[in-house]
Design a protein around this ligand. Structure first.
Ligand SMILES: NC(=O)c1ccc[n+]([C@@H]2O[C@H](COP(=O)([O-])OP(=O)(O)OC[C@H]3O[C@@H](n4cnc5c(N)ncnc54)[C@H](O)[C@@H]3O)[C@@H](O)[C@H]2O)c1
Length: 271
């Protein structure tokens, strides 16, 4: 089962798992995106328009998935997520709540809805998508970082509770992946005061991404198969993780310089 399967990493995961012969239950709030994903799959697929914020509907969906599956439920990918770019000072509470309801509460809802199925089987994996922004704090990403740190804490706590059962809980920390996340973000104004449009900011984000959705899906799938508890996606994710450990209060000094270099490289290529 994969949420947020109408685009990006979720779609690539559905395509990979389906290609490898697994039936996939895919959910997304975006019906058109979901249809496009479903059309790209050749194996059995259960598609479901779902808002991950709706705990009752997640529970209903879990029942549908269980009834539909010919065999055990192998994995639950709570992957759906959104972004907001804003300074803390100018934050619009409604935008931050929207993000936290999807990125954090959506993961909690999905975990609670599907966990009983896995526990009953005494087998399976809950795979929750955090981010490298669940490892370090980044300027103008306060709500996003808070939601992704929350996913990490929630999933780590769950992992300890599951000791002694056949069920596992996994945190995924992607670095930059070339998806629609920045284009789907809520941005009221350029938080850095540079007057950039949302389109320009999305292009800058894409210029510093190092991993394709297909590659991300491969890394996540292989990590789950290998029994990892936390999966870092992309070379930048390893860098963020190392920096957070060796320079827990000064990592941004390095990240800022790296970002400036990547942006300059993008300008050179564009020019
Ligand atoms: N792209 C990156 O660089 C990156 C980095 C770290 C973490 N992530 C995380 O990876 C996950 C997947 O994001 P992506 O990059 O593929 O982005 P994406 O925008 O391409 O896909 C996200 C999908 O989630 C769906 N979605 C949004 N709100 C929803 C809701 N309320 N209910 C159900 N579905 C909803 C969207 O419709 C979309 O199809 C997210 O949790 C994101 O935070 C992405």
């Amino acid at each position: 089962m994969i949420t947020g399967a109408g685009s990006g990493i979720g779609r690539a995961l559905a395509q990979r798992l389906s290609r490898l012969g697994s039936p996939v239950a895919i959910a997304d709030i975006d019906e058109a995106g979901l249809e496009k994903t479903a059309a790209s799959l050749s194996g059995p697929v259960l598609r479901r328009v779902l808002d991950v914020r709706d705990a009752t509907d997640q529970l209903r969906f879990a029942g549908e998935v269980r009834a539909w599956l010919p065999d055990k439920l192998a994995a639950v990918f709570n992957n759906a997520g959104v972004a907001v770019a804003s300074s803390v000072r100018d934050a619009v509470p409604e935008d931050d709540d929207w993000l936290i309801d999807i990125n954090f509460r959506g993961v909690v809802n999905g975990t609670r809805a599907f966990l009983p199925i896995l526990l009953e089987q005494d087998e399976g994996v809950i795979v929750n998508t955090s981010s490298v922004f669940g490892l370090v704090g980044m300027p103008y990403q306060s709500a996003y970082c808070a939601s992704k740190f929350a996913v990490r804490g929630f999933t780590d706590a769950l992992r300890q509770e599951l000791r002694g059962t056949g069920v596992r809980a996994v945190n995924v920390h992607p670095g930059g992946v070339t998806t629609n996340i920045a284009r789907n973000a809520r941005v009221r104004k350029d938080p850095e005061g540079l007057g950039r449009t949302k389109e320009q900011m999305a292009a800058q984000f894409e210029a510093v991404t190092l991993t394709s959705p297909d590659k991300a899906a491969e890394i996540i799938h292989r990590g789950v198969e290998r029994g990892k508890a936390r999966i870092l996606v992309g070379p930048d994710a390893y860098m963020f993780d190392a920096l957070a450990r060796v320079a827990p209060t000064h990592y941004y000094w390095v990240i800022e310089r790296l970002q400036a270099r990547l942006r300059a490289r993008q300008k050179e290529t564009a020019g």
